[in-house]
Design a protein. Structure first.
Length: 763
């Protein structure tokens, strides 16, 4: 009998019978598989390297067809991926119209031309939108973090998840790293520096993806945002309390909701590499967090165990990873290579069949649970491009952070405008961030494009490049600035492709710069592009000074992937608008904000330092006011949560109920519509351990018209008042907890809540 009381069908193998429990189906299929088939299931094929595009058709390489029919890889990655690294673009890649047919062609080989018919698991990148031709490009992580908008992230997750209809089973998202080291090249991918912000937004995206049928792959497990010296893949230094209370919080939230896929990453913690740490992958992840899904290695992470001398050979590296709890390889160029690392470990006697079966069982369970054996093929639903564009524009608008405004904004429409700067127009990829597919010019709105909608008299000059030392464009920039009523200077960074650099991608996606990069190339951000300084690259600051000397009114727009030192610009400009990498619709959003059509409402998800020497300067510090250095300030120039508006807000009547929620009245006291981000904080006194001087407890975005007052309720998780000990066990709250809303003047009327022993009292 089956688990539902119906007799099983004796005419088909047990693994083919969907009425049987998944565990039964997995055991049956494992019993039928050869060691070659099993190891292949642990392999991941780089799909973008396995086909040619001929006109409007995709032709799968013959060696891929033959190889898949013999030992089909369990996962195929990046069929849709298009960028400088994959070499795919609008002429050579898979267009949206081709996608379902292409996925089905690969799947048909696996399902119909192999001995057991095990379907392929298709995965793609989606750090800020699906990384595929024709897909909407949202702001990168820091921009999305600036929105503080949980429901927006859920909707973005749903939109990305609609790729399921075209054949995508899983995406590498949400990104749950905590960005507390701005020199780190992947800072732009993260939601922010605060664990609660990252957990809330990451979980919302997780839910949205699953609602649309795509399985999220949580990454990167764990702690990469604290990389030593800001070096990508370098050691991370933090203790077990920080691990359990901060770094693991976003993962714990998604895992508690049933996450089934996770990516372990490159670096080590206390000498143990994440990909080879039984403590992290088995004791903590599977034991304490209860994760029972499939773990895949980040690109080249297993190989790094060998190249860095942690293992003495590749078979030993594979054995170390597999026994630690890493189930899948990181990516191979050919089918023959897929699973070869794990097979080498098995043939060398370093892992047992039980070790292999445990890992293979997890990927098979994921495929059974997602229904791939019963429904392996894509439907090919048409996307709603108008809705996608509208959602991307909304995200861009909400991501903008107004840093300074000396009565310069919003602008009047009748003024003549000079638009200047390396990120204003001509290099559209500078606006979009890393992990972005090539864009058609018609699909991207630059700042210059946006300003032209509002101003009839517009002059443009590039001025300089991002990293170039050339100043020959200064004269033209100064000339048009001197003749305009207002100058919009667009500076920042770029995650554009490398050029003229010796680089290594043998280890996978984590490109490592091994030679001097061409300074005429703009790239100064994005994976593998770590920095030792946080000033504006090239001669951008010199351009600012030159233009400042000529401009009647100077508004600076910053398009960048990490918090950079902005002291001089903020002090001397008439207004500063931070856009991060605002996405394909970013230029429209920026222009609307400059002209008051949109009221900037983003808040900083990361702190902006005065200098590199202050680092770390994130909001998780123990002191409300950091001690001053002999030669400079201790506090951040602009702290987490900072952001201005064209209107003003007032708070009153803060209350905390026994139902684990706080409420406060918020009034728009200005003359413009505006969004306020209500942020609820807490602190603990007498807990017996060092805790941050303030910790984010909950937040909510609220839209208010002039004069409107609204009572805002913020549910919170009282477990945050407690925490996790060094052994990972939860410790109930004790001590004295204070709760307040940032900006609420009647904080003293609110209360200190006594929390003693093993239960919260007085809440």
């Amino acid at each position: 009998m089956t688990k539902k009381g119906r007799p099983s069908d004796p005419s088909k193998p047990a693994y083919r019978n969907p009425s049987l429990p998944t565990e039964v189906r997995v055991r049956d299929l494992l019993s039928r598989m050869t060691i070659g088939e099993k190891c292949a299931q642990l392999g991941k094929l780089r799909g973008f390297q396995t086909f040619d595009r001929v006109g409007d058709s995709i032709v799968i390489h013959q060696d891929t067809v033959v190889g898949m029919a013999t030992n089909c890889p369990g996962t195929i990655y990046g069929i849709l991926r298009a960028d400088w690294w994959s070499g795919r673009n609008w002429q050579t890649g898979v267009t949206p119209e081709m996608a379902a047919e292409v996925f089905n062609a690969y799947q048909r080989i696996a399902v119909e031309n192999t001995r057991l018919g095990i379907p392929v698991f298709f995965v793609e990148e989606a750090p800020h939108g699906l990384m595929a031709l024709g897909e909407p490009v949202y702001p990168t992580g820091l921009g999305l973090g600036s929105t503080f908008d949980v429901e927006l992230m859920r909707r973005i997750g749903r939109q990305i998840g609609r790729a399921r209809s075209r054949g995508v089973h899983c995406v590498y998202a949400p990104i749950l790293d905590i960005a507390q080291e701005p020199r780190w090249s992947r800072c732009e991918e993260c939601f922010g520096e605060d664990p609660e912000l990252v957990a809330a937004l990451g979980f919302a995206e997780f839910e949205g993806l699953r609602e649309s049928g795509v399985e999220p792959c949580l990454k990167h497990y764990v702690g990469g945002g604290l990389a030593e010296g800001g070096h990508n893949t370098a050691s991370a230094h933090f203790g077990t309390r920080e691990l359990f209370n901060e770094q693991l919080r976003p993962f714990r939230r998604c895992i508690s909701a049933g996450a089934r896929h996770l990516m372990c990453t490159y670096h080590d913690i206390d000498g143990e590499p994440c990909t080879g740490s039984r403590f992290l992958l088995t004791d903590v992840l599977r034991g304490q967090l209860g994760f029972d899904g499939f773990v895949t290695a980040d690109g080249g992470a297993i190989q790094l165990l060998n190249s860095r001398g942690i293992a003495a050979s590749m078979p030993q590296a594979a054995a170390l990873a597999l026994k630690a709890g890493c189930d899948g390889e990181s990516g191979s160029k050919t089918v023959v290579e897929c699973g070869s690392v794990m097979r080498g470990a098995f043939d060398a006697g370093l892992v047992s069949m039980d070790d292999i079966d445990s890992a293979v069982g997890r990927i098979l369970k994921l495929k059974f649970d997602m229904g791939l054996f019963e429904h392996p093929y894509a439907r090919g639903d048409a996307p709603d491009r108008a809705a996608d564009k509208a959602l991307a524009l909304e995200a861009s608008r909400k991501s903008l952070v107004l840093i300074e405004n000396r009565d310069a904004l919003p602008l009047e429409r009748g003024l003549s405008v000079a638009v200047i700067g390396p990120n204003a127009d001509d290099k559209i990829m500078n606006q979009l961030g890393d992990y972005t597919a090539p864009q058609r010019r018609v699909d991207v709105v630059t700042v210059l494009d946006g300003v032209k909608v509002f101003a009839s008299r517009v002059a443009y000059a590039k001025g300089c490049g991002i990293r170039s030392k050339k100043t020959d464009g200064f004269a033209e920039a100064e000339l048009i600035a001197s003749g305009a009523d207002v100058t919009v200077l667009v500076l920042g960074g770029s995650s554009s492709p490398y050029a003229g650099v010796t680089q290594s991608d043998a280890l996978g996606g984590a490109t490592i710069v091994t030679g001097k990069e061409d300074e005429e190339n703009d790239k100064d951000s994005g994976e593998g592009t770590d920095r030792s300084t946080l000033g504006y690259s090239g001669v951008q600051e010199e351009l600012f000074r030159a233009v400042r000397a000529k401009a009647k009114k100077l508004v600076v727009v910053l398009i960048q992937g990490r918090p950079l030192v902005v002291d001089e610009i903020a002090a001397k400009a008439d207004a500063v608008l931070l856009a991060w990498y605002p996405g394909a619709m970013g230029g429209q959003a920026v222009a609307e904000a400059l002209y008051g059509e949109v009221n900037p409402s983003g808040r900083l998800p990361v702190s902006i330092p005065h200098s590199v020497g202050q680092l770390p300067v994130h909001s998780g510090g123990y002191a409300a006011n950091r001690p001053r250095y002999l030669d400079g300030p201790g506090d951040a120039a602009y702290p987490f949560g900072y952001g201005l508006s064209y209107t003003t807000f007032a708070y009153s009547g803060l209350e905390v109920s026994a139902a684990d929620e706080a409420s406060v009245s918020v009034t728009n006291t200005g003359s413009r519509d505006g969004d306020e981000i209500v942020r609820l904080y807490f602190s603990v006194r007498g807990s017996g351990r060092q805790r941050p001087h303030r910790e984010l407890l909950a937040f909510k975005r609220v839209s208010l018209k002039p004069g409107e007052t609204r009572r805002v309720t913020l549910p919170f998780d009282r477990r945050l008042f407690g925490g996790y000990g060094r052994d990972g066990a939860y410790e109930p709250p004790h001590g004295e907890v204070s709760i307040w809303v940032d900006g609420c003047k009647d904080r003293a009327a609110l209360s200190s809540l006594a929390v003693r022993g093993k239960a919260c009292e007085g809440i």
